[in-house]
Write a protein that binds this ligand. Sequence first.
Ligand code: NAP
Length: 297
Amino acid sequence: MRILITGSRGLVGYHLWKAAQDRPWKVFLTGRGESPDEKSSYQRADLTQPAEIIQLLSWAQPDVVIHSAAMTLVDSCQENPALCWQHNVTSTQLLLEALRNYRPQTHFIFVSTDFVYDGFPKERRPYIEGDYEAPLSVYGASKLAAEAWVKTYPGPWAIARTALVYGWAPTLPRDNILLRVLNQLREDRPISLFTDQVRTPTWAADVATGLLLLAEKKGQGLYHLAGPDIETPFTFGEKVARTWNLPLDKLQPLTAEDFQPIAPRPPYSPLSIEKARALGYAPHPTEAALALLRNQL
Ligand SMILES: NC(=O)c1ccc[n+]([C@@H]2O[C@H](COP(=O)([O-])OP(=O)(O)OC[C@H]3O[C@@H](n4cnc5c(N)ncnc54)[C@H](OP(=O)(O)O)[C@@H]3O)[C@@H](O)[C@H]2O)c1
């Protein structure tokens, strides 16, 4: 099987590459910057450029595309909606059009987000696939619009929504909650973390394994691929501090009343992963994932 991973220099893409190396597959990577590793099969492509997509597909000739590339900074999307739409929606649309024309049997797996939900569910329970979507932010709206394009693809497709992804990669374009907490606490600096945003934080290695499971099992339709534990950024920060033996008193609770980020966030967006579990998805509990990461960071 030939698998093409977009966004391979990013957090999820890097872990996809790592996990795919253990499989008997031909793995092709793409991104805009330098190759994450000289031993990998990597081609640069800006996915907003149709000609670059055609070149990419004729090089990789994929049976599966996992599309993780996106503009992921939620506040930057809010400030630059046109740019966000170009990277998140247009690139997905162009990739799908090219596949439809050149590789119509390709299994297309799109990485999406819990931010497609507004965070005000009727009942306070984790969101399940098929629940009403109503993004609050430009980023969430762009991912939902991209999902709508995926649903028009005549070949096999899956949409995998993940949430608050944490971990490390050598070519990371941005930080994440784990690295932020570690950097601050190691420098003995305070860090403010929301106590009123409820999430299911996800280790990048777990979402990568889940995405490859979808590829292996030819999973189709909508899936949630998140971590198994419901946390706030604050409780997550406490677990990080305990795992690395760092001072808990530098963690400062923050609420929406204290601080409004540029882009509104859903207050409550944990994702139910029961559907993915039935396929064999078994993500690590937060503390177990952090214990494994402690050996690397
Ligand atoms: N991180 C989270 O907490 C989170 C939560 C929910 C969902 N997601 C979704 O998960 C996916 C992966 O997220 P991530 O955290 O791994 O992202 P990331 O670390 O920010 O990496 C995204 C990658 O996308 C690439 N990219 C952006 N625009 C591109 C374009 N026009 N053409 C080609 N490549 C482009 C960038 O490549 P270069 O580095 O080469 O420029 C970047 O490495 C995204 O679709 C995101 O929406 C993430």
